[in-house]
Design a protein around this ligand. Sequence first.
Ligand code: T4K
Length: 366
Amino acid sequence: MDKVFVTRPLLPDLDCFVEQLSEVWRSKWLTNMGEKHNELEKKLQKVLKVPYGSLFNNGTTALLTAIKALNLPFGSEVITTPFTFAATPHCISWDNLKPVFCDIEPNTMTIDSEKIEKLITPNTSAIVGVHVYGFPCDVEKIDKIAKKYNLKVIYDGAHAFSCEINGKGIGTFGDITMFSFHATKLFNTIEGGYLSYNNPDMVRKIYNLRNFGIRSEELVEEIGINGKMNELQAVIGLLNLKLFKKEQQKRAQIKAFYDENISKIKGIRIPKMPENTTNSYQYYPIIIEDEYKISRDELYEKYKQFDIYTRKYFYPACCDYECYKNDLSVKFADLSVVNDIKNRVLCLPFYGELSKDTLHKIVGVL
Ligand code: T4K
């Protein structure tokens, strides 16, 4: 059996890619908001059910730009979750703001909306929630808190491609939502990202910030960055847009197989998607409870003996990184749920091309 990884990228047919590349070659237009870029940007608005959206060269630049676009006061505090990929708090810090780490809710593992309010100070400017593994944050409660205290809300939806809450695109909640199109994501452009937002004023602002602030040959309006997606990435995106739903269906079947077999095993908990929410099928996390015979770390090692490479997303939690632990200006709340879950969570291999044999083997090891 080949090595089995936590995920594998969705790849279009090579001949189709080459055919599309010929068009790009002929046009000699490789980047800077080319035809393919614009086509993909427009199509994504429909797929994600969002009123406005901007493509980026990766999710991290997109998130940095989202935070920048909201003009939060220099050095102000941003309440966020430490149960995420490094990019989330790093973007807050790179934008000269201070992350305040809040605990998470034990089922969805997203920021615990019940614990946000007591972390708010006169210096708080925003909340950055993460729809981790595609589980949605408690968007309604967060919205209420934000309105009450006049805070901005940004969602890191890196894992939440095409998720919906009550039929609404997940990217319509909060001020801005970021999606990642990295190779490991359900929908990928090799590297790539996207910002969605409801405010039409943001279109110009984000366009500027993504392109050095350049409006025209002789006008630079803002201090921007280079966040542009190139035409080759956009071609992959256009082709993968045709494939992602089928991939989701395959993953839905895999999830059903895992759910059925794993739910019978004592000591393993399967987190549940809240009602009225659709799944992105990005990851399949399980929680190893005390009643299970071995620890999460032992199980992770055991899998390796079978050439199965599960991942401990997200261990260590971001609050454990030296750069945050040793920074006295970074605030930590009571993080008891994070500190428990980070030692119990394991993401199993989850991608459409997993064969029946491999799936039986993965469950068999458990
Ligand atoms: N916010 C959140 C919540 C995120 O999860 C991420 C990214 C971001 C923000 C930032 O978005 P981007 O700037 O990346 O767009 C991977 C991804 O590199 C990263 O994008 C992702 N989160 C994170 C959760 O996973 P690693 O360090 O686990 O990647 P790596 O190289 O170990 O890959 C994981 C597995 O995927 C490999 O074992 C095999 C498979 N793989 C990977 C690559 C790159 C392939 O089969 N082919 C490939 O080309 O971070």
